[in-house]
Design a protein. Structure first.
Lengths: 409, 395
């Protein structure tokens, strides 16, 4: 036993030293490559700020609409004033006919039409039901939402006031009238993103996706460049054959991990703070999610780099996945409506669970326990992709020996 | 003239030989675009999400409260998957992601209703997801309002009011919402029809930059120019022609999927559709040429076109409307052909408004075709002098 122990410790020390060497070497390679530097520093630095400015207004306000007022009465004018007073709508004009309104719509001067019927005021006076028509622009989901929200609110409010007024006229007290008109009080509680702002919705997910995509493309570029430079076309430098696969994989991973850990401080720490996105997760919770996310992303990238034969390959073959990955995360199309095939594909990419988990933690305040499914999946991915990364690197390290042996013969 | 056509053919044949020599070409030009079409057309096949899981916290446990749960369950949007004991438990399930929303039915609901004490029902939903949150809100609000209206009716019946009178009183103003140009509120139409051109423009941009950049990088640009009789116009035409044909075919297949299989309304002739698809492909090839001409070192022009291509998703304004962005970005947005394409799609194809409402977008698209002229000399000199080769220092 005494003989083995010192040998083992020195072996570990040696291995660790070599890992550090690879780490430093990878650092040097990254920092001497302008293309990669732009990708892993400029893109994560600029994109979040740019997106935040683009989506800065968060919601659609003052949607230009036309009101065709066929009633032209005191009641209808009040209705129009109320529409104009909602944050969502701006009554831009009051054309005389629907034809006129539709022409304005075709010219994109207005984004919705509200029609008040001729009988509006009479119906209200005679206690008959009257009908308001709203024509929404379904081409843009947020325009549709703004119009419907604004018009429904005014319609319900006005209707409620008319109902209570009529009941009081029938001899009820205000209190009695209100309980009849509104037997139940409904309290609406939107969670995670109460105002439904677009930046608050899209940017947290985009941050995670940017981290993963730049990471994987950067690793692919480094691997492709290495292959172009070495005559044998492999990932691993032939002179490094003595370094074990494990040391190689962990040394490279450590280099990317340190860079991205720092970037995360900026992207997940400073950006949400500067632009006021939800920040319910504390440091430890974020660490619990982001650590396996970065690791699985790095090993996934190293695995994929097996297929990136030249410097450009990763950009050409992987960039496009960014948009499908946004949909695969489940923040756009609900996961409950995914078919089993896409649910399986979803589990291939670390970003899916990381985006979902990040939004849960940061916007809803989910604890580590409540995010266990995502964290577990990320650790499983870390394990699986670590093995595949070792296989890829090990296989690549093995090739030059074979080549040399062949040429020697 | 005939001589030129022959030269273009020579360059095109040379390009086809290059394309078949690497699998990258096949993947980027055909396999991945087709995969994207398959992905997006099948992911949202339903059009509207259905049966999203919701929870109920029933603290009342009466006939009325059970009726509420049943009413929520039978709507197409939501499905009651969990009966929970407390608000805390429900909130935890929402945070975990097992449910998209929940309703809390308070104690003594039935008794309070009978005694006209205006009980309070609170409903919660995950609004961090735009589509799911919006649908949940609409669905739960509608169900609970209907329920409230039903109780209103019962009370009035007890007061002896007539049925017709009650209906007019409970809802004095009815709202009829008409959806213009996407009559079935179908997310698939709304998203897929724009996201597929956005995917395609990424492939066209990257491929154009790569096919030219690789000649500079691998120092084969002289050979290419010689094949083209030293004319940069013939060289570019011959090289890009095979891609024009292939991407145009992919785009027409995409149109077939959209307008035939997914049955998105198409209110224009097939001629217009062919024309706009053709212009779309050419426009992005022109921008690709511009990128590589501007930065003849491929690694940089690929970065540039990637940055530009991904930004199109945001700045074409289909998710967050351009008119609601800060003014400076409204000008930026004009620099993305897919935005003009989207306008033409919505106005001419989907709504059938006629050419005169979309002509300006056509002009914008055609203007992009002039872009290569700005850098054509720079590109030619880069091809001749090969002065943008990256240093391959051995490590």
């Amino acid at each position: 036993m005494k003989n083995i122990n010192p040998g083992l410790t020195s072996q570990i020390r040696e291995g660790f030293g070599q890992m550090l060497q690879i780490w430093v070497r990878e650092f040097r390679l990254i920092f001497s490559d302008v293309g990669v530097m732009i990708l892993i520093f400029a893109v994560p630095l600029i994109y979040p700020v740019l997106y935040s400015f683009i989506y800065y207004p968060e919601v659609v306000r003052d949607l230009p609409v036309a009101v065709v007022d066929l009633s032209n009465s005191h009641d209808s004018r009040k209705f129009i004033r109320d529409l104009n007073a909602t944050p969502e709508l701006n009554v831009l004009c009051q054309p005389n006919s629907m034809e006129e309104a539709i022409t304005l719509f075709k010219k994109r001067k207005i984004r919705g039409i509200v029609q008040i019927p001729e009988t509006f005021s009479n119906d209200i006076a005679l206690k008959k039901q009257t009908t308001i028509s709203a024509y929404a622009d379904m081409e843009f989901f947020l325009y549709y939402k703004a119009l419907v929200t604004g018009v429904s609110f005014v319609t319900l409010e006005t209707g409620y006031q008319i109902q209570v007024r009529n009941l009081i006229q029938e001899g009820m007290t205000g209190q009695q009238a209100e309980t009849i008109a509104e037997p139940l009080r409904l309290v609406d509680n939107p969670m995670a993103n109460p105002s439904g702002g677009f930046a608050s919705y899209g940017i947290p997910a985009a941050l995670i996706l940017i981290i993963q995509q730049t990471l994987i493309i950067a690793i692919g570029i480094m691997a492709g460049t290495a292959r172009e430079r070495h005559a044998s076309g492999n990932l691993v430098h032939p002179n490094r054959k003595r370094m074990g696969t494990l040391r190689l994989v962990s040394g490279k991973a450590a280099a990317y991990f340190t860079i991205y850990a720092l970037l995360c401080v900026y992207m997940l720490g400073l950006i949400p703070k500067w632009f006021g996105y939800a920040r319910l997760a504390d440091f430890v919770e974020l660490m619990a999610l982001i650590t396996p996310f970065l690791l699985s992303g790095i090993f996934f990238g190293m695995t994929l780099s097996a297929i990136f034969k030249s410097r450009e390959s990763s950009m050409m073959l992987y960039l496009f996945s960014s948009i499908p990955l946004l949909f695969l995360s489940g923040i756009i199309w609900p996961l409950s409506n995914f078919n089993p095939l896409w649910l399986m594909v979803r589990e291939i990419f670390p970003s899916s669970n990381a985006m979902f988990g990040y939004i849960k933690m940061n916007s809803l305040g989910a604890s580590i326990f409540e995010t266990r499914k995502e964290i577990m999946s990320l650790w499983i991915q870390t394990g699986v992709y670590f093995l595949t990364a070792c296989l890829v690197c090990g296989y690549q390290a093995h090739i030059p020996k074979v080549l040399r042996n062949n040429t020697a013969q | 003239m005939k001589h030129r056509i022959i030269s273009i053919r020579i360059v095109a044949v040379r390009e086809i030989n290059r394309m078949t020599s690497r699998s990258l070409y096949f993947l980027v030009v055909l396999a991945f675009p087709l995969l994207s079409i398959l992905f997006f057309s099948s992911l949202m096949k339903q059009g509207v999400p259905t049966r999203m899981p919701v929870g109920i916290v029933d603290l009342d446990q009466t006939a009325t409260s059970r009726k509420i749960a049943r009413n929520i369950d039978v709507t197409p949007i939501s499905k009651v998957t969990m009966n929970l004991q407390s608000e805390n438990e429900a909130m935890s399930q929402l945070r975990t992601g097992n449910i998209y929303g929940f309703v809390i039915i308070p104690e003594n609901l039935q008794a309070d209703l009978l005694a006209s004490r205006q009980p309070v029902i609170g409903y919660y939903y995950q609004n961090g997801f735009l589509i799911a949150g919006g649908l949940m809100q609409n669905d739960l609000t509608l169900i609970l309002h209907t329920l409230s209206g039903g109780i209103n009716i019962q009370k009035r019946e007890a007061l002896g009011q007539s049925k017709e009178f009650i209906l007019s009183q409970v809802q004095p103003i009815q709202l009829n919402t008409h959806l213009l140009f996407n009559p079935v509120s179908n997310y698939s139409i709304y998203i897929t029809s724009i996201i597929l051109p956005i995917m395609l423009q990424i492939f066209i941009l990257l491929m154009t930059v790569y096919s030219i950049g690789i000649e500079i990088k691998e120092r084969t640009s002289h050979e290419w120019l010689h094949a083209a009789d030293k004319s940069i116009f013939i060289a570019l035409t011959g090289k890009l022609l095979p891609y024009t044909i292939l991407f145009f075919t992919v785009m027409m297949f995409q149109n077939f999927m959209l307008y035939k299989l997914m049955q998105i309304p198409m209110h224009t002739s097939i001629g217009w559709l062919i024309f706009i698809s053709f212009i779309f492909v050419l426009t992005y090839q022109a921008i690709g040429v511009f990128c590589i001409g501007l930065l003849p070192m491929m690694r940089h022009s690929l970065n540039l076109s990637a940055f530009y291509g991904i930004l199109a998703l945001t700045l074409c304004g289909f998710s967050f409307p351009v008119e609601s962005m800060p003014p400076v970005f409204q000008y930026w947005a004009a620099g993305f052909p897919v935005r003009h394409y989207m306008h033409i799609f919505q106005s001419q194809i989907l709504a059938g408004f006629g050419f005169r409402y979309a002509y300006f977008s056509y002009i914008c698209l055609l203007l992009f075709l002039l872009l290569p002229l700005a850098i054509i000399r720079r590109l030619k000199s880069a091809l001749i002098y090969q002065n943008f080769i990256e240093n391959k220092h051995k490590t």
